[in-house]
Design a protein around this ligand. Sequence first.
Ligand SMILES: [Zn+2]
Ligand SMILES: [Zn+2]
Length: 184
Amino acid sequence: MMRINVSQLLKAPIGSIRSYKVSEIIDIAGDDSGSMVQGEIKLMRTDRGILAKAALHTEVEVTCSRCLNLFSCPLTLNIEEEYFPTVDVVGGTALPLPDEPSCFTIDEHHILDLTEAIRQYALLAIPMKPLCRANCAGLCPDCGYNLNQGPCSCPPQRGDPRWSKLKELSLTSDKSVNERKGAE
Ligand SMILES: [Zn+2]
Ligand SMILES: [Zn+2]
């Protein structure tokens, strides 16, 4: 139901609203791996066309930027787009489109198709650096083992300056505690 016939709504007074519950598989990534898209769509008659508001949820397969595993990334889409009729719903004559680049249109059969908007919003919603989990351990830089599955067999990293700084810190604080104890 991402393709909705809006001929009745186009004849309705400005401000009229129709609501739809949707649940449909859409090819978001353009690779035939469909994603289930679910949620609610509200269509409102405006003076120029129809305003579509949709709150949708879907999931797309993406590659984790740390461990390179494929995982399902949940997306929330809050779509708000105005659709312009190309044909007058009563007279059937062609209508001029507004002077806006890449505006969405309602076709000559009065079908409002949300698919392209959903695809565009979904692609924008995918994070630039997706993570399969917030604390993804990534891959071992030496052997490439996925550290989410446990430690690899590489020798532990030595000489990391951050750790030695930390050791110094705890040693000095221990010492000062001892000194204070001794002074009492
Ligand atoms: Zn990961
Ligand atoms: Zn390793």
